[in-house]
Design a binder for this molecule. Structure first.
Ligand SMILES: NC(=O)C1=CN([C@@H]2O[C@H](COP(=O)(O)OP(=O)(O)OC[C@H]3O[C@@H](n4cnc5c(N)ncnc54)[C@H](OP(=O)(O)O)[C@@H]3O)[C@@H](O)[C@H]2O)[C@@H](O)CC1
Ligand SMILES: Nc1ncnc2c1ncn2[C@@H]1O[C@H](COP(=O)(O)OP(=O)(O)O)[C@@H](O)[C@H]1O
Ligand SMILES: [K+]
Length: 510
């Protein structure tokens, strides 16, 4: 598990390090520069012509120092300052003075075409407003050259908080970020602008890191160790019972994908509760699944509802929504589940759309709607909306979410007992003040049914005994990894949801 910070927390960590622990800012800057130089040297040679393009803040200071270190090692280096020297920070002024004393060339106009390596040290985590004027112009020029671009800490113009492009941003080949990962480098579009990212240790002391509340966390391969253990002395009951309430007349794929994914993820038993018409297709495609219809015409309604309640009592976790439609029956099923379930519930797809319609009848106000959902659903209920579904629940535009997905996740989950899995290219899972950002997965997964697969995977993790929030984070991570495995074989164009299901084993067996 790794942590990520926003700009405010990064400054807080810097502040403790420099002002309380008293490690001089220039020492940190020198280490930042040395780390930057290490990465750059892996991709250049002595014939390279390097230009450090620097802004007035400490990001610029890092760039000047990196240029100076390369110069002293015999590389061809020049520095371009984009500001009036008076405006530089104290540390950056020192860096300018050292570089001048050593006789390093300072360019006074943009001659980007005379260089093939750019050190982008224009703006770092201190970016506070949209980029305009000469900053905008130079960034545009950098992006138009074919030069190899190394961004210091973060590509200039990318918000460290949201990953947004503040009007104009550098498209880097590599980004060397210092101490801790930044939210803006994990989230798109920042993640794409950053190119290859290195999180470089520049000696922030553990005490400073400990005193800084992480803004989000993410998983890497070692976190697969969090998978529930399977023991020899066990049976199918040990690994839980997943009830998938999904599908409707003519719609069977979602139920199939969700149920199959739950099995591939290790659930002991999976039962599909769907419309009677789907019996043959589900039993043919997935004979391992138990089958129950929610609309049998050989039963009275009360008798049918008793069967549904029996299924709810049978389950150790319930999925409701994929392909369910928004019919009267679907509405009724969601009500029954919300009122009667005594185990964790995962609400997806049409389950969420129905919920949004209920909310529409009650309030247009975002806070009020969040309060209503919170009151309606049981502790630990998991909602798995994609951006459009979440926009319906919140009663806001999709852009309201994409402008600041971390902030939105915070608003949904702060003071809430619910777990939100906000699905996107970088899915965010939020619960109370905890936020997970998922970095696995690929654009091949932007294909019908891949969300249904995820729902089954989360359910299987819960069925095997994981707490709901941890189950959601791990399932989202593995879903992305399975997507990556599937993509190796099928490629991003041809990847289909069932390929993700079929690749789960590649992730789990290692
Ligand atoms: N301190 C430490 O421990 C360490 C810090 N380190 C490094 O410091 C970096 C942070 O430095 P920083 O705080 O000085 O901010 P930085 O990103 O250089 O920019 C601020 C300047 O830009 C200006 N500005 C802002 N937006 C603008 C815009 N749109 N267009 C134009 N100008 C704009 C802003 O002006 P202002 O908003 O004040 O008017 C101010 O002058 C960090 O990313 C890392 O690289 C490392 O050395 C490791 C140790
Ligand atoms: N570009 C992408 N990169 C990574 N993951 C993606 C990308 N596009 C979609 N996904 C993932 O695929 C799934 C799509 O879910 P959803 O939109 O609910 O699909 P469906 O409703 O068709 O099942 C989500 O888990 C999402 O995170
Ligand atoms: K930068």
């Amino acid at each position: 598990m790794k942590f990520a910070l926003n700009s405010k927390s990064t400054k807080h960590m810097d502040d403790i390090t420099v002002n309380e622990i008293k490690i001089p800012a220039l020492v940190l800057m020198e280490r930042a520069a040395l780390q930057t130089v290490e990465r750059i040297k892996e991709r250049i040679d002595k014939s390279s012509r390097i230009l450090a393009v620097c802004g007035p803040g400490n990001n610029g200071g890092d760039g000047i120092a990196a240029g100076r270190i390369l110069y002293l090692q015999g590389y061809h280096v020049a520095i371009l300052l984009l500001f009036d020297e008076e405006k530089a920070t104290e540390q950056t002024k020192v860096q300018i003075e050292i570089a001048k004393n050593l006789g390093i060339t300072f360019e006074n106009s943009n001659k980007l075409h005379e260089y093939n390596i750019i050190i982008d040290a224009i703006l770092g985590v201190g970016l506070s407003r949209p980029v305009t004027g000469i900053y905008e112009n130079i960034i545009q020029e950098i992006n138009q050259t074919k030069n190899l671009v190394f961004s210091v800490d973060i590509p200039s113009g990318i918000s460290a908080d949201t990953g947004a492009v503040l009007n104009m941003a550098v498209r880097a080949d590599e980004t060397i970020t210092f101490g801790v990962q930044k939210l803006g480098l994990l989230l798109y579009p920042g993640a794409e602008y950053a190119g290859r990212i290195t999180v470089a240790d520049i000696g922030f002391p553990e005490a400073a890191i400990q005193q800084t509340e992480p803004d989000a966390f993410y998983y890497e391969a070692e976190d697969l160790a969090k998978l529930p253990i399977r023991c020899n002395y066990s049976h199918k009951g040990t690994y839980g019972k997943v009830l998938v309430i999904a599908g409707s007349k003519g719609v069977s794929g979602a139920a199939f994908l969700s149920a199959k994914a739950a099995y591939r993820m290790g659930a002991g038993l999976v039962k599909v509760l769907t419309c009677a018409d789907n019996r043959e297709i589900i039993q043919t495609l997935l004979p391992e699944a138990l089958f129950e219809a929610y609309d049998r015409n050989d039963m009275q309604k009360s008798e049918q509802n008793r069967e549904i309640l029996k299924a709810l009592r049978w389950a150790s976790v319930i999925v409701i929504g994929p392909g369910l439609g928004q019919s009267e029956k679907a509405n009724e099923l969601l009500s029954i589940v919300i009122n009667e379930a005594q185990v964790p519930v995962i609400i997806d797809a049409d389950g969420l759309n129905i919920l949004a319609r209920w909310l529409d009848k009650q309030s247009n106000d975002l806070e009020k709607r969040l309060e209503l959902v919170n009151d309606l659903l049981a502790d630990g209920t998991i909602l798995t909306p994609h951006l459009r579904e979440l926009s319906r629940i919140l009663g806001e535009e999709v852009s309201f979410i994409t402008d600041n997905i971390i902030d939105t996740a915070g608003r949904c989950s702060y003071n809430s007992k619910l777990i939100h899995v906000i699905k996107d290219a970088r899915t965010v899972v939020a619960h109370k003040n905890k936020k997970y950002i998922n970095i696995s997965g690929n654009n091949g997964m932007a294909t019908g049914g891949s969300g249904d697969v995820l729902t089954g995977m989360i359910a299987a993790m819960i069925a095997q005994g994981m707490p709901s929030f941890e189950a959601a984070c791990l399932a989202v991570y593995i879903h992305g990894l399975a997507g990556d495995e599937a993509c190796k074989e099928k490629g991003p164009y041809s990847l289909m949801a069932d390929d993700i299901v079929e690749a789960i084993n590649k992730v789990l067996k290692n």
